[in-house]
Design a protein around this ligand. Structure first.
Ligand SMILES: [Zn+2]
Length: 110
């Protein structure tokens, strides 16, 4: 079984991303725990499905922490936002450091 445990720093909090065998016997392939700061993924999925689920749960983390976890269309919103963010970051590598690039450009102008 593959092992994935990593940490995401988001603002002042740290979130753990891990595989969870308990999801294998559930209706869900991913889960976001706001009390444990954990994103859990079902192990054994194809890598593209795993990544899709990771981005989906990441979107739950952002929206849920902002108090929108009970939004009536939360699953659809997470699907749309996760696909949008994942493809934007995949197709535009420089986006991951856009703040650094802007700060660098601003300091060169001074
Ligand atoms: Zn969801």
């Amino acid at each position: 079984m593959s092992v994935l445990i990593t940490t995401i720093r988001w603002g002042h909090s740290h979130w753990t991303v891990k595989y969870d065998d308990a999801l294998t016997d559930s209706d869900s392939i991913g889960r976001t725990s706001y009390s444990e700061n954990t994103l859990s993924l079902m192990p054994g999925m194809p890598i593209d499905r795993t990544l899709e689920t990771f981005w989906h749960e990441l979107t739950h983390m952002i929206l849920g922490t902002g108090g929108l976890q009970d939004l009536p269309q939360i699953e659809q919103v997470c699907d749309i936002m996760s696909f949008g963010l994942a493809t934007l970051f995949a197709d535009n590598e420089h986006l991951s450091n856009i703040e650094g690039a802007c700060l660098s450009a601003a300091s060169e102008e001074e």
